[in-house]
Structure formats: structure tokens, C-alpha cells
Design a protein around this ligand. Structure first.
Ligand SMILES: [Cu+2]
Length: 344
């Protein structure tokens, strides 16, 4: 049987692939995958993602157009009973589709390794900030500024930062991720890790835990404020311990919001929570699981936070995380106690 010529089909397919690839790549380029980048480290990440989207768009067009075109152009027509053409393989084609992807993958590997080196490499004049993760929240410390444990991560803009990260948990991995910073890092119990960033855009962001770590996972967030260096200095000055009860209660409320307490405690008095409500707690008699009662004074609330198993409230499971004593300073626990006192 005489062989048909396929040259015309290849030209048509090539043109459709080109058009489809351009439309796909332009379309993918317009999707807002993530919020705008806010660190210098983000550039190499975004550049690599851009290259990969071009490759993805082209491969999508190549496979889809070839397949759909063949389905339509080479379908069996009415009354057609003969076999299709027989092909014995094509060495040139096989070499091409082995060598081209190999080169592409090698180029991506080199670009990826370079991007990783750029994003993780030590920077000049780094300032160290401590990140501590626990179930379920983060605290931040500034060893060089004498600031121990704050619930909000304040960072001066354009200042290279090295985050020294550790977890006070023993059995669960957390992950520090600010989408706008692009880079992220696990916090592994017993294994100190580091992450380097130079925030270059003033604004409010959010740290999310990017490792499914338990019932409080969705609450495991913290605020990040990238501020001008003068605002940063003003914030550092404000971090001196407060003694005004109203101010202390306000700081306590912020801590409670950032430490994930709301996953189990409410302040509305609604029954049925995982932990007891805090409304009306201060000054009242609490019935304990061992049959005794205790007065909810400052010392009782302090102990309930630092050592939750010491006095378990009757009717509740003893599941409150025992790590708050390591995470919160005494000063911060005083703030929380002051806040709970305001919830009549
Ligand atoms: Cu977590």
C-alpha cells in the first residue's frame, strides 16, 4: 500500500501548538499565584517559577494539541475498512525527545541550585532574631536588643535578618512560612534551623505554620510588621515592661490572640468548649477533678498556664499544652492574668 505524506499535518500541528503555547503562557503569567514578593530572596524564587511556567505552557500545548489533532484528523470515517499506516520507530525523533528534556532538566537544576544558594547564603551585617514554635503559635526574641519573647515579628525594612529557629515541642514539626517572603523553613524539635531574609517592602504580613501539626494548626499564625528603621526603634523603646493594668490587659489580649488559646477557650461564657470559658473566671471557686476546689486568683491562673496538669478543672480533659511555661515569660503571663481579670 502506498504511504501517505504527513508533512502538511506537521505544519498545521506546529502552528496550532505555537498559538496554544503562547495563549497558555500568557494566561498562566496573568494568574496571581501569590501575593507580591516582599524580600530580596523572593527574586530568584519568582524568576525560576516564571521559567517553569513557560516550560509547563509549552509542554501542555505540545501534548494536548498533538493528541486532539490526531483524534480529529485520523478518526475512522464512514465506510473506511483499511488498516492505518504502519511505523517502525524513528531514531532521530527518539534521540531528540531524550536529549532535549535532559538539557532542559539540567538547566533547571543549575538555576535551582543557584537560586537556593542565593536565598540561603549568609548576608552582610545580619541581625539575628529568634523564632520559637510551640503547639500552636510562634514567639520572637531579639537577643541583641534584650527583647525576650514578643508575639509579633517586627522587622526593620532593608535589614538583612537571620532567623534562628527552634521548637519547644518534642513530637511535632512546625514550619515558618510568610508567603510574601517566598522562602520557608521547618522547625524541628531538637534541631536548630535557620532562615535568611531581607524584607524590602514595608507592610503587614502573616506567618503561617505550613506543616499540619495538630488541632490548633489553623490558628498557628503570627503577625509580621515590616517597618521603617525609625518605627522599629520606636517599637524597641516601647518594649519596656508595662505596669499600667489597662495597658497590661491589652498586651495580654494580644498575647492570647497570638498564642492559640482561643482554639480551646472562649471569653463569651458559652459552654461546650474544649477548655473552660474565661468569662467570670477570676475570683470564682473552681471545682477540680480531684474533688477539691480552688479560688481562681492570680496565682491559680498563673499556675494553670505554666503547669496545666497541677490543677485540672473537673469535666475537662487534661489536654492543655504544657509548653506555655517555656514559651511565655513571667511578664507575659502577668499580662494574660491581667487580661483574664477584666473578663467579668
Ligand atoms: Cu504548626
Amino acid at each position: 500500500m502506498e504511504k501517505r505524506s504527513y508533512g502538511k499535518h506537521f505544519i498545521i500541528v506546529a502552528v496550532i501548538i505555537l498559538i496554544t503555547a503562547v495563549i497558555t503562557i500568557v494566561g498562566l503569567g496573568r494568574v496571581r499565584w501569590m501575593a507580591a514578593p516582599a524580600t530580596t530572596q523572593a527574586h530568584s524564587v519568582d524568576a525560576l517559577l516564571g521559567i517553569e511556567l513557560v516550560a509547563i505552557g509549552f509542554l501542555f500545548a505540545l501534548v494536548m494539541v498533538f493528541m486532539l489533532y490526531s483524534v480529529v484528523a485520523f478518526r475512522r470515517r464512514n465506510g473506511e475498512e483499511t488498516d492505518g499506516d504502519h511505523f517502525e520507530g524513528n531514531t532521530k525523533l527518539e534521540i531528540t525527545w531524550t536529549v532535549l528534556p535532559l538539557i532542559t532538566v539540567l538547566i533547571l537544576a543549575v538555576l535551582g541550585a543557584r537560586g537556593l544558594a542565593q536565598a540561603t547564603g549568609a548576608q552582610a551585617d545580619e541581625v539575628a532574631v529568634r523564632v520559637t514554635a510551640f503547639s500552636w503559635g510562634f514567639t520572637f526574641g531579639y537577643p541583641e536588643l534584650g527583647i525576650d519573647a514578643t508575639p509579633v515579628l517586627y522587622l526593620p525594612v532593608d535589614q538583612p535578618i537571620v532567623l534562628d529557629m527552634n521548637s519547644v515541642d518534642t513530637d511535632v514539626i512546625h514550619d515558618f512560612w510568610v508567603p510574601e517572603f517566598r522562602v520557608k523553613q521547618d522547625l524541628v524539635p531538637g534541631v536548630p534551623t535557620q532562615l535568611r531574609i531581607t524584607p524590602n517592602k514595608i507592610g503587614s504580613y502573616k506567618v503561617l505554620c505550613d506543616e499540619l501539626c495538630g488541632t490548633g494548626h489553623t490558628n498557628m499564625q503570627a503577625r509580621v510588621e515590616v517597618v521603617s528603621s525609625s518605627d522599629f526603634d520606636a517599637w524597641v523603646a516601647e518594649q519596656q515592661p508595662s505596669t499600667d493594668p489597662a495597658e497590661m490587659a491589652k498586651l495580654g489580649e494580644e498575647l492570647v490572640a497570638s498564642q492559640g488559646c482561643a482554639a480551646c477557650h472562649n471569653v463569651t461564657g458559652d459552654p461546650g468548649g474544649i477548655g473552660p470559658t474565661w468569662k467570670g473566671l477570676f475570683g470564682h471557686e473552681v471545682e477540680l477533678a480531684d474533688g477539691t476546689t480552688a479560688t481562681a486568683d492570680e496565682a491559680y491562673i498563673h499556675e494553670s498556664i505554666v503547669d496545666p496538669l497541677a490543677q485540672v478543672v473537673t469535666g475537662y480533659q487534661p489536654i492543655m499544652p504544657a509548653s506555655y511555661g517555656d514559651v511565655l515569660t513571667d511578664q507575659q503571663i502577668d499580662y494574660i492574668v491581667e487580661y483574664i481579670k477584666t473578663l467579668h
